[in-house]
Design a protein around this ligand. Structure first.
Ligand code: IMP
Length: 418
């Protein structure tokens, strides 16, 4: 298997967790490179649901190393929680997990600032996950952030004190909110760090080694339209979720990545605020949400649902140099008699959140179950027509089709993934 970059083509929640899990069976390592515990990758293995936020999904495979690259912002508390949960479920973590010493950490004050800012924005809020992601990246960019390697620095406590005092000043004087006691921040962090220290190191050599042997999976978090530069700004997350984020978040070069796999849901969803041109805000949207179990894996919020947006898909293919698409949750559309594909629209108006000239193509549904299909030929004729129409409109190949949450519910249309 090649070194593969997996990226959500829309606003996240495309079902990356399951695809990573399926592919990690043959992979040597699984790497996260951006975002933090705002991500939520849901995996269902033999009917048992596991949600991972920070640790790469490959951790569930014994033979797969899990690596967290320097571009990820890490909440030590969330990390410890996730490790403990995995260990309780008999998943081996030690010897498999490695975290870059260059990762910036998320402080309790980052979380407090995230929540205070959202509250002050009122109706104009972004709808963040409230986990401190944005403020942690702000400090990284303003060169005052704290990296894991800083715990070993003799000036660590001073640096931490300065930063927390600065955060508390803003919390108190700008947001009129409560401060976070410095003493407890220092005490908690030191205790957390002592628990995770064994996983932290310089990962440059390890990464160069794993890409040399091939079969490495780079697991993008969130999705292309949440990219800080190329997404629906300001309704985005605070990292580069696209191919560029992989490079800066690991230190690898473009040629190390041999295949870009776009993960696309058979319809489109979004959680949080922001424009969504193909949104279905009536009964049909609610039904799709119900059939698809569309609730955020991290915050439990309802996801907004709409028709597949191929304007975004075409943009994602270009931005991420996508070689093939994994189409997920096809089975969710099984009941529909008519299915639309969003073809195009004009510029988004960020005041009204609307677009002009929305164009759709309507197709007949298949109204049969696809969840037991073992091969492409087992799929109903109209389901195949839907898949092939998407390929046509986007000049791409759909190489994997997922028809249910379980590991086994997957159809391979390309040899390299078999
Ligand atoms: P933040 O990443 O918590 O700052 O949130 C910024 C935006 O990204 C909000 O609209 C969130 O709902 C969205 N977001 C963050 N993580 C995810 C994810 O894993 N899936 C889908 N949306 C996400």
């Amino acid at each position: 298997m090649p070194n593969i970059f997996l990226v959500g083509t829309h606003w996240g929640d495309e079902g990356k967790g399951k695809i990573v899990d399926v592919l990690s069976d043959k992979s040597t390592a699984c790497v996260r490179f951006q975002g933090g515990h705002n991500a939520g990758h849901t995996l269902v293995i033999k009917g048992k649901k596991t949600i991972l936020h920070l640790i790469p999904s490959g951790i569930l495979r014994d033979s797969c190393k899990s690596i967290i690259g320097n571009g990820v912002v890490v909440s030590l508390e969330a990390l410890i929680d996730e490790i403990d949960n995995l260990v309780t479920s008999d998943v081996q973590v030690e010897d498999k997990l490695t975290i870059s010493e260059g990762c910036h950490i998320i402080l309790p004050t980052h979380k407090a600032l995230d929540i205070a800012r959202e509250k002050s924005l009122g109706k104009k809020s972004i709808g963040t996950t409230g986990r401190g992601i944005g403020p942690a990246y702000e400090d990284k960019v303003s060169r005052q952030g704290i990296r894991l390697k800083d715990f070993e620095d003799k000036n660590f406590e001073k640096k931490l004190q300065n930063l927390v005092s600065y955060h508390n000043f803003i919390l108190k004087n700008y947001y009129n909110d409560s401060e976070v006691p410095l003493v407890s921040v220092i005490k908690d962090l030191e205790s957390y760090y002592s628990q995770v220290k064994k996983y932290v190191c310089n990962i440059e050599e390890l990464l160069n080694e794993v890409v040399k042997t091939s079969g490495c999976i780079f697991e993008g978090a969130q999705g292309t339209m949440l990219d800080i530069d190329h997404g629906t700004y300001p309704y985005v997350t605070s990292s580069n979720t696209t191919f560029a984020g992989l490079l800066s978040g690991t230190g690898l070069s473009p040629t190390d990545i041999e295949y870009s796999l776009g993960i696309t849901k058979a319809y489109t969803t979004r959680v949080g605020q922001g424009p969504f041109p193909s949104e279905l805000d009536g009964e049909l949207g609610k039904n799709i949400a119900k059939w698809g179990g569309e609730k955020g894996a991290t915050t439990g919020r309802d996801r907004r649902c709409g028709w597949l947006d191929t304007k975004i898909l075409r943009k994602s293919i270009k931005l991420n140099n996508i070689n093939g698409i994994a189409l997920t949750k096809l089975d969710v559309l099984d009941k529909l008699d008519k299915i639309k594909i969003c073809l195009n629209y004009g510029e988004i108006d960020y005041n009204s959140m609307s677009v002009n000239d929305l164009e759709y193509l309507e197709m007949d549904g298949w109204q049969q179950s696809t969840s037991n299909a073992k091969s492409y030929d087992d799929l109903p004729k109209n389901a195949k027509l839907y898949i092939e129409k998407i390929e046509d409109i986007c000049s791409t190949s759909i190489v994997l089709v997922s028809t249910g949450p379980d590991r086994e519910q997957i159809i391979y249309r390309n040899k390299i993934f078999e």
